[in-house]
Write a protein that binds this ligand. Structure first.
Ligand code: NAD
Length: 349
């Protein structure tokens, strides 16, 4: 196993790892430990190029600093990426090798599930390190975070609906959902139960058929989701989908979803604002998952109450962000970034 440091200007610590014996290759990026040990999931994707994987780790770990601060958690921001196709390249040995890399950071980074990962993978990682959360078994095991993530996004959608359309009631509202994996599937269930109409898409045809049948949803092709006529668009797949090309196509009043790093650039927040599309900042909307994971890292005994209280607090934060953005007539993302900046600097003072 080879673990080498990567020099980057904005991050506290970045390592590249490569283990020819298991095929493990990727990066761990620690953006900030100002509020506590860095925490953020590990993602496995068949990145086209190593630079793409590194950039993902850098962006996602910065997002985790914002997410953990916005959720008022005593945790910093970090993220790991593994280069490979989870359906073909993932083996117990590869997961264990990744566990050894996490262990080598001696608790400065805690890992958990992200795209392409399951609680069973966390168990394999956990054979080599104790700095892993999202386990299915154990004293403080928190399991799959995605139902709590989806609950938080559902709250964010209702709060966004109140600001944009005057009511949290989703009956008769249409929500377009991109990505029907762990998060998207749970979210569709909450939305369906609340009486929303669903327009759905995924690149995995089996997921689309399953969700369409379960929730009487209308299905569209992956690229057609950006032009779907809906009240709210909920991105729950990949990042950077709010961009120069997609934003002009939107026929929605608001965007509120769970994917990380939805805005391709800061300018895209402004683009949405100029089009009158209300954007619920992703790192606040999807904070439920890390709240759930935090119960394991922080060894919280009354887990359910603690999570419920934190989800309510996140919802109030979203409400405050959207109110402030309306008052100042700015993009809500700018307000959310400012709140995080203030939290980080207060703690540092
Ligand atoms: P997942 O891998 O279970 O599901 C992602 C789904 O998106 C898959 O079904 C995949 O086929 C689909 N997809 C990928 N590219 C697509 C495209 N171009 N168009 C349409 N569908 C596409 O992942 P997940 O755990 O559901 O996470 C979804 C998003 O939410 C990710 O951005 C993740 O970082 C973020 N997130 C997840 C959690 C969590 O608790 N799992 C927490 C916070 C944020």
């Amino acid at each position: 196993m080879k673990v080498t440091e990567v020099d980057t200007p904005e991050h506290e610590e970045v390592v590249r790892f490569e283990d020819p014996a298991t095929g493990l290759k990727g990066f761990i990026a620690i953006h900030s430990t100002r509020l506590g040990p860095a925490a953020g999931g590990v993602r496995m994707r068949p990145y086209g190029h190593e630079v793409e994987a590194l950039n993902d780790a850098l962006r996602l770990s910065r997002g985790m600093t914002c997410k953990n601060a916005a959720a008022d958690l005593p945790l910093g921001g970090g993220k790991a990426v593994i280069i490979g196709d989870p359906s073909m390249d993932k083996t117990p040995e590869l997961m264990q090798a990744f566990g050894r890399v996490v262990q080598s950071l001696e608790g400065r980074y805690w890992t958990a599930e992200d795209m392409g990962m399951t609680p069973a993978d966390m168990a394999q990682i956990g054979t080599e390190t104790r700095f892993v959360a999202g386990l299915a078994d154990g004293a403080f095991a928190s399991g799959d975070p995605s139902p709590v993530t989806a609950r938080g996004i559902f709250n964010a959608i209702r709060t966004t609906a109140r600001h944009r359309f005057g009511s949290r009631d989703l009956r008769g509202k249409t929500v377009s959902v991109q990505g029907l994996g762990n998060v998207g599937h749970h979210l569709c269930r909450f939305l369906h139960q609340a009486g929303a109409e669903l327009i759905i898409t995924d690149i995995d045809a089996a997921q689309v058929t399953r969700v369409a049948q379960e929730f009487s949803a209308t299905l569209v092709a992956p690229d057609a989701i950006y032009e779907a006529q809906a009240d709210i668009f909920a991105p729950c797949a990949i990042g950077a989908i709010l961009n120069e090309a997609s934003i002009p196509l939107f026929k929605v009043g608001a965007v509120a979803g769970g994917a990380n790093n939805q805005l391709a650039t800061e300018a895209d927040g402004q683009r949405l604002h100029e089009r009158g599309i209300l954007y619920a900042p992703d790192f606040v909307a999807n904070g439920g998952g890390i709240v759930n994971v935090a119960t394991e890292i922080l060894q919280i005994a009354d887990r359910e109450d603690w999570v419920a209280a934190r989800l309510e607090a996140l919802d109030r934060t979203m409400d405050r962000i959207l109110s402030t953005a309306a008052r100042l007539s700015v993009c809500p993302n700018d307000v959310a970034e400012r709140i995080v900046h203030d939290i980080l600097h207060q703690k540092a003072a």
